[in-house]
Design a binder for this molecule. Structure first.
Ligand code: KIV
Length: 270
C-alpha cells in the first residue's frame, strides 16, 4: 500500500516526523522510493532545476503533467503531489478545478499543492469537496517573488506572522491535509505547527515542523548556484558527475575506453 494523506495526519498525532523530497523524473523517483521517502513533491521548482528558468513563473501545466507522470511511474510507494504552477489557478475557479483534475486524471498524482491564502482557501474547500486532496503552502511562496521583491524570509513582523498563522488555520479548516511552511522564522514554524492538527512540512522554517522537505538538487549537491542557509547537502553528486565526465573524456582520448570487456565479439552471445 502506498502512503496516503490520512497517514500523514496519523503520523502527526503519533509525534512521528517524516520527510518529503522533490522529484521530477522517473529515475530519481525510483531511487527515492526505494529509500522509503514517503512523500514526493513534483515542485514547480522544476522550472529552475530541470528547465533552467530564473524562477518558477514560466512553468506550465504541460511541464508539470509530463514530469509528474514520470515520477508516479517511478514511485509506486510514495504519496506523489503535483504542484499547481503559476496561472493554473490564478484567473478563475474553473481553472483551479480543471487543472487540479488534470493532475489526478492525466498524471495520476494523489494530491495537489497550491501557494498562498486568500482565494486559495476557497479553492481548497472546493477541491477537497470533490475528492482532490490539497496541500497548502505559506511563507516565502516562490510564485510571489515579484510581490515580495525577491526571495525574502516572510513572517518576521508580528502582523505578517499573524497573517500566516491565520491562513494556516483557514487552510486546515478548508480541508488541506498538510501545509508547507517555507522561509519563515523558526518560532513561527513552531507556533503554526502547534496550532494545527494536520502536519506542517518545513523548508527553512526551523526544526519544529512535523516534517522537512528539501529540493532534491540541493540535497544531493547538484545545484551549482547559491546554496541557501536552510539546505543540508547529503551528497556531492555535482562534483562526482564532473569528475566522471572528465575521466570518460580522458579515457576515450587515450584509447583506454572501450576496453575488451566492453566489446562485442562476432558470433558470441554477449
Ligand atoms: O516547488 C517546490 O519545490 C516547492 C518546495 C520548495 C516546497 O514548492
Amino acid at each position: 500500500m502506498s502512503t496516503n494523506v490520512r497517514d500523514l495526519r496519523k503520523w502527526k498525532s503519533e509525534g512521528k516526523r517524516f520527510t518529503m523530497l522533490t522529484a521530477y523524473d522517473y529515475t530519481t523517483a525510483r531511487w527515492l522510493d526505494q529509500a522509503a521517502i514517503p512523500v514526493l513533491l513534483v515542485g514547480d521548482s522544476l522550472g529552475m532545476t530541470m528547465l533552467g528558468y530564473p524562477d518558477t513563473l514560466s512553468v506550465t501545466m504541460e511541464d508539470m503533467i509530463r514530469h509528474s507522470s514520470a515520477v508516479v511511474r517511478g514511485a509506486p510507494n510514495a504519496l506523489v503531489i503535483g504542484d499547481m504552477p503559476f496561472m493554473a489557478y490564478h484567473a478563475t475557479r474553473e481553472d483551479a478545478v480543471r487543472n487540479a483534475g488534470r493532475f489526478l486524471q492525466e498524471a495520476r498524482v494523489h494530491a495537489v499543492k497550491m501557494e498562498g491564502g486568500g482565494r486559495v482557501i476557497e479553492y481548497t474547500r472546493e477541491l477537497t469537496g470533490m475528492g482532490i486532496p490539497v496541500m497548502g503552502h505559506l511563507g516565502l511562496t516562490p510564485t510571489f517573488v515579484n510581490q515580495f521583491g525577491g526571495y525574502r524570509v516572510q513572517g518576521r513582523s508580528d502582523e505578517a506572522a499573524e497573517q500566516i498563522l491565520h491562513d494556516a488555520r483557514d487552510l486546515e479548516e478548508a480541508g488541506a491535509f498538510a501545509v508547507v511552511l517555507e522561509g519563515i522564522p523558526s518560532g513561527l514554524g513552531q507556533r503554526v505547527t502547534e496550532s494545527l492538527t494536520v502536519p506542517t512540512i518545513g523548508i527553512g522554517a526551523g526544526p519544529h515542523t512535523d516534517a522537512q522537505v528539501l529540493v532534491v538538487q540541493d540535497f544531493l549537491g547538484l545545484n551549482p548556484d547559491h546554496v541557501a542557509k536552510y539546505v543540508k547537502q547529503y551528497a556531492q553528486l555535482g562534483p562526482a558527475i564532473e569528475q566522471a565526465a572528465r575521466q570518460f573524456d580522458q579515457d576515450v582520448r587515450s584509447g583506454a575506453f572501450p576496453s575488451p570487456e566492453h566489446e562485442y565479439a562476432a558470433g558470441g552471445s554477449r
